[in-house]
Design a protein. Structure first.
Length: 300
């Protein structure tokens, strides 16, 4: 059985840890509200932009969208892995690593490892994949410390440039999509080439769907699409980063809440052990006193 001093030391240590986890939970809760607001505001804009672009491209010549929409034989791939800068967020980062590994094993199993590149957004992704036999592209470990559209735009432009120059035939994002505080879903979403938006069954044909919307084009439709497509791609990546940011704070808040509860249960167990040890020590002292008194009485 541990001594009273050892048990008391463990109680103090667990109490300090509990205070830290409780403070981290409160900090994550405050950051989560801001991050969730950012995602909520961007989602309607991103969805509307994608919808408008889909309506326009359905009736536009292939030459306009071929730069980012051409489907080539997949020989070289870029995977954009979005994680956090810090840990202590449960399985948040490891789920992305597993998602990338599963994607490579299932979708790109026939490709040589040298033909698969990783763009790591977040320090955890950079640290993890730098120890693997995969090529790292760019340095975007600072994105979350200076999170803004302009910061993410640089990463998106590098990926887009690599696709148009033929360095990559396909670009896929792997990130945690924010559902709620306790739920984050790992998504593997194709960024390039552009995937045509299908017309749901029972709706008008593609041409009718596009022509039914009364757009006034100034300048020409082709010029508008040429400017909207890059903006849409950058917005998609920015949305994924914001989703990951909100998911990180939700995951950390949940993890710290569980850690605080676990520390409380451990404190109860330690205090019970401490009381039992203390009671055993008192009982031993009483027995020693009684035994000594009886021995003294017998000697007389």
């Amino acid at each position: 059985m541990a001594s009273l001093k050892e048990v008391r030391s463990r109680i103090q240590s667990v109490s300090s840890t509990q205070q830290i986890t409780k403070a981290m939970k409160m900090v994550s809760a405050a950051k989560l509200r801001r991050a969730q607001d950012g995602v909520t505001r961007l989602r309607p804009y991103a969805q509307r932009l994608t919808s408008i672009l889909a309506n326009l491209t359905r009736t536009t010549t292939d030459e306009v969208v071929s730069e980012y929409g051409v489907a080539r034989e997949v020989r070289r791939v870029l995977i954009i892995a979005i994680t956090s800068d810090r840990g202590l967020a449960g399985a948040f980062n490891s789920n992305v690593f597993k998602g990338v590994t599963a994607l490579i094993g299932q979708r790109y199993a026939n490709l040589p490892r040298t033909n698969i590149s990783i763009m790591a957004i977040g320090k955890k992704a950079n640290d993890y994949f730098s120890r693997r036999d995969l090529k790292l592209v760019g340095d975007y470990t600072h994105v979350f410390s200076q999170l803004s559209f302009d910061t993410v735009r640089v990463a998106a432009e590098e990926a887009m440039r690599g696709f148009t120059e033929g360095s990559y035939d396909e670009i896929v994002m792997v990130y945690n999509e924010f559902k709620n505080v306790a739920t984050q879903i790992v998504q593997a979403e194709q960024l390039l080439p552009l995937v045509p938006t299908p017309v749901p069954a029972g709706t008008p044909s593609a041409n009718e769907a596009a022509n039914s919307i009364d757009y006034i084009f100034e300048p020409s439709k082709e010029e508008i699409i040429r400017s909207l497509i890059p903006l849409s791609i950058k917005t998609q990546l920015y949305k994924a980063v914001l989703e990951s940011n909100a998911s990180e704070h939700g995951a950390r808040m949940t993890a710290m809440d569980k850690a605080t509860d676990n520390a409380g249960e451990l404190l109860k167990s330690l205090k019970l052990t401490y009381n039992r040890t203390r009671q055993a020590a008192i009982t031993t002292e009483i027995l020693e006193i009684v035994g000594g008194a009886e021995a003294l009485a017998a000697s007389r």
